[in-house]
Ligand binder design. Structure first.
Ligand code: NAD
Length: 508
């Protein structure tokens, strides 16, 4: 295991001309190669570590502790020990802690953005956007913490007085993916802490340094020891998940990731009957009706489909375009996509970075090949950009998609825009809803009646009308069907971390 100082020196050697490998951080102590348990930076008890690589260059970024059940149990114990006193803090006290943490993230946003780009690959501008989105959950929930009201209920039974209080559920296990290394974790820690819970969070194996830096800022904000614990693992992920779900001390699991892992965690949580919330995979339809504003629809499709190179759970996966506007849309959209500049996220002017790893590249290639074999036509991209590195794939537009092709039923999670023609509203609503999952759906139209009608008919947790971007800390985020249950952000987000206790006083 190399020390951080040695290590930073090692990786700060320029790799190839103009490719920025190790970013210069203003505050180098935000780069932590350890996990965080009970207010301390720690290694795995076994001493094992795993490596993390820059997806743009393939170079080693550093190592992190490869934790196992023993380490997770220590983290759970720390969270359980911290819970009784944290539960007693007032909403206002917790609000101040979260607000301080928010301020520190904003102050250090450039460094956090650099860490995101380094380990996730997204362009620096997108990473900056993610930092402010991530921080906004601490701001939002710092405002919710003092307003966790119960009800006073007019009793049905004469002489009784009934009221409710909202209490924190207890220790929470949080598991998040690599595609938003900052925002997925703050969207859970924010409401958990606002409610008075303590947490054990497993950071993503591909992107653990952003979570560690955020945790260091939480430490500086004065979050008490044991309230936030971060465990790290790559090889032992299933064991770590098993330790969290098997523990009777952990009262709740909040998971963001794939539908398959969500189902596994739900089964594993059955014996301990945990409270669960799951933000799982999507396969978003993006519908452009003939009466849409073409420029707005194209801009919406660019934003929704290609943000983070298509590696977002809400990104358009099936773009349905009505026959009257199909050719014009395909042409205008392809022109925009041809203007993208793909490259390492630190490079000036780059609009789209690499995918997270070569498995993601292979899946994208397989989806494109399948479509082409079945008669679809490539308008842009369609292949790897091997000159840039192993993980780059050209932003791709394919037209003349049909229902049997893989993209119509599987989440591509990459930079492939697949255009499906359609004729009628009834037909496209039925196609859009013909999916196992139901996270986000989008449509573009200037007809007000149609806007209400289609928004009501779509079986998705979130619907965007005439916009491709729907994320907002003030708006509930979550899905239906196999996209999971529970909501994050908004006034509802905190409900996932509380139990409602009813108190009845008789004999008045
Ligand atoms: P993934 O399910 O493989 O991994 C997500 C997280 O779960 C990671 O931290 C991973 O280490 C962990 N994990 C994997 N196996 C586990 C196990 N057996 N026990 C415990 N933890 C385990 O998903 P991914 O491929 O990394 O992320 C992409 C998926 O996440 C996509 O399907 C995407 O749609 C989904 N996603 C959903 C949302 C949402 O809000 N609905 C947001 C972002 C991503």
């Amino acid at each position: 295991h190399i020390t951080r100082t040695n290590h930073l020196r090692l990786i700060s050697r320029p790799a190839a001309a103009s490719v920025h490998t190790a970013p210069e951080l203003k505050d180098k102590s935000l780069f932590k190669e350890q996990s965080y348990i009970n207010g301390q930076w720690v290694n795995a008890k076994s001493g094992k570590t795993f490596e993390v690589h820059d997806p743009a260059t393939g170079k080693l970024i550093g190592t992190m502790p490869e934790m196992n059940k023993d380490d997770v149990d220590l983290a759970i114990k720390a969270a359980a020990d911290a819970f009784p006193s944290f539960k007693k803090t007032t909403g206002r006290q917790r609000s101040k802690m979260l607000r301080k943490w928010y301020d520190l993230i904003i102050e250090n946003s450039e460094d956090i953005a650099k860490l995101i780009t380094w380990e996730n690959g997204k362009p620096l501008n997108d990473a900056k956007g993610e930092v402010s989105y991530a921080a906004s959950f601490y701001e939002w929930f710092s405002e919710e913490a003092p307003r966790l009201y119960g009800d006073t209920i007019p009793a049905t039974v004469p002489g009784n007085r009934v009221y409710t209080v909202k209490e924190p559920v207890g220790v929470c296990g949080l598991i998040t993916p690599w595609n938003f290394p900052a925002a997925m974790i703050t969207r859970k820690i924010g409401p958990a802490l606002a409610a008075g819970c303590t947490v054990v969070a497993k950071s993503p194996g591909e992107t653990p340094y952003t979570a560690a830096a955020l945790t260091e800022l939480g430490h500086r904000a004065g979050i008490p020891p044991g309230v936030i614990n971060i465990v790290t693992s790559l090889e032992n992920t299933a064991e770590v998940g098993g330790a969290i779900t098997a523990s009777d001390t952990v009262k709740k699991v909040s998971f963001t990731g794939s539908t398959g892992v969500g189902k596994l965690l739900m089964k594993q949580s059955a014996d301990t009957l945990k409270k669960l919330s799951f933000e799982l995979g999507g396969n978003a339809p993006f519908i452009v009706f003939d009466d849409a504003d073409l420029d707005i629809a194209v801009a919406g499709a660019v934003a929704s489909k290609f943000r983070s190179s298509g590696q977002t759970c809400v990104c358009a996966n099936r773009i349905y375009v009505q026959s009257g506007i199909y050719d014009a849309f395909a042409k205008a959209f392809t022109e925009k996509v041809n203007q993208f500049k793909v490259g390492p996220g630190f490079q000036e002017g780059v609009t789209h970075g690499p995918l997270i790893h070569d498995r993601a590249v292979s899946k994208v290639q397989a989806h494109v090949d399948d479509a082409v074999q079945h008669g679809a036509k490539v308008l842009a991209g369609g292949q790897k950009l091997s000159d840039l590195g192993a993980n780059f794939f050209a932003p791709t537009v394919i037209r003349d998609m049909t229902k049997g092709m893989k993209i119509s039923s599987e989440e591509t999670f990459g930079p492939v825009a697949a255009l499906f023609p359609f004729n009628t509203e009834a037909e496209v609503v039925s196609l859009a809803n013909d999916a196992e999952v139901g996270l986000a759906g989008y449509f573009f139209s200037k007809d007000t009646q149609r806007c209400y009608r289609v928004a009501e008919a779509l079986q998705f947790g979130m619907v965007g009308i005439n916009t491709g971007i729907i994320s907002d800390p003030a708006a509930p985020f979550g899905g239906v069907k196999h996209s999971g249950f529970g909501r994050e952000g908004s006034k509802y987000g905190i409900d996932e971390y509380v139990t409602v206790k009813t108190v009845t006083l008789g004999g008045i």
